[in-house]
Design a protein around this ligand. Structure first.
Ligand code: ZN
Ligand code: ZN
Length: 370
């Protein structure tokens, strides 16, 4: 096929990406060619740029995207040309040890191929102008005008939802809202604490609201993010630089501690606060990341009393079930996405977009394509 298009290529960690012309190989039978219309800048991309998450280079980053299906391979199922799709970064084989145990996020093929930056079948789909192979992040690589994915990654959503909002569902919103809706087991009237009010945390606040939480306590270091959390449904805000988070949680619950605490800040202090703030028998959900080689410490007593800790990466999602549901919730006014978009930028502005994310100025910058 040899389709050429523009993409932002990362040649080395801690160097700026270069927008250059790259070339697609032919579609394999189960492949889907997607014309990208919007792609969000996520913290996980930033980790690759900074070098704390290591991938082979050169690579096209980007794993939170929406677009239009332009072409499908002869064996591609569940999606057709012209569909509006949100892309999933969790393809899975369906028949390994973990798939058989209903844990697609642990699929052996997914975890085996992911770190190589290749397509789900282990192949390479794109190359640089000089012919060198180009990797794709998380089976996607959506910081470009096109992207080849496996059919199970292209999830049709209603055409009414604008692409710049739809793309958020593909990572940050699914991760946060899914934690609350699919794993939190939040009961009506529960007190839920969400630590960290970036895109994932704001989505968790909304997931808690949709699940029927009574009080929702948002925690952050930034007053502007707490104000945004209030718009999303948080009933109280705590600035962790000024107040003791666990003490606030106890005061709000007659001394017990909160029923459910969701960590979305990605700092050792936030992880530590989760076990201190939750009540006996309560639930802790960890979403954030610190460098995998760093330690996180806990007070031993805070781990007692039947507390349940769950680590989750993608909201325990089943994308074909959840992506259309979240898109419909947006169209019904129940899920707020407009407020999560801080900036709309062009592909050429991608490096400044990540610099702003690093400085904490943005919830989400979204690259829009014509
Ligand atoms: Zn599998
Ligand atoms: Zn992400």
């Amino acid at each position: 096929m040899g389709l050429s298009y523009r993409a932002a290529v990362l040649h080395a960690a801690q160097a700026p990406m270069a927008v250059e012309t790259v070339t697609l190989a032919e579609l394999k039978p189960a492949d889907v060619l997607v014309k990208i219309r919007a792609a969000g800048l996520c913290h996980t991309d930033l980790e690759v740029i900074e070098g704390s998450l290591r991938y082979p280079m050169p690579i096209v980053l980007g794993h939170e995207a929406a677009g239009i299906v332009e072409q499908t391979g002869p064996a591609a199922r569940g999606v057709k040309v012209g569909d509006h799709v949100v892309l999933s970064w969790n393809p899975h084989c369906g028949h390994c040890f973990y798939c058989d145990r209903d844990a697609p996020i642990l699929c052996e093929q997914y975890l085996g191929e992911g770190p190589k930056g290749r397509a789900f079948d282990g192949g390479i789909r794109t190359s640089l102008a000089d012919g060198r192979q180009l990797q794709q992040l998380m089976f996607l690589g959506s910081f470009g005008e096109y992207c080849i994915v496996s059919d199970q990654q292209a999830i049709p959503v209603p055409k009414e939802i604008p692409f710049d909002r739809a793309c958020l569902i593909g990572c940050g919103v699914m991760t946060g809202a899914g934690a609350a809706l699919n794993l939190g087991a939040i009961a009506h009237g529960d007190t839920v604490m969400v630590i960290g009010c970036g895109a994932v945390g704001l989505a968790a606040v909304q997931g808690a609201r949709l699940a029927g939480a009574g009080a929702i306590i948002a925690v952050d270091l930034d007053a502007a993010k707490l104000a945004l959390a209030a718009k999303m449904g948080a009933t109280e805000g705590v600035n962790a630089s000024k107040e003791d988070v666990a003490a606030f949680g106890r005061r709000a619950t007659g001394g017990r501690g909160v029923d459910v605490v969701i960590e979305a800040a990605g700092s050792a202090a936030a992880f530590r606060n989760t076990t201190e703030a939750v009540r006996p028998g309560g639930q802790i959900i960890w979403l954030g990341k610190v460098d995998v080689n760093n330690d996180v410490s806990f007070r031993s007593g805070s781990l007692m009393q039947e507390k349940r800790i769950r680590r989750v990466s993608y909201g325990n999602t089943r994308p074909r079930r959840d992506f259309p549901l979240l898109a419909r919730a947006y169209l019904d006014g129940a899920l707020k996405l407009d407020e999560m978009i801080s900036r709309r930028i062009k592909l050429e502005e991608i490096n400044e977009g990540f610099a702003a994310l690093k400085r904490g100025e943005t919830i989400r910058s979204v690259i829009t394509f014509n």
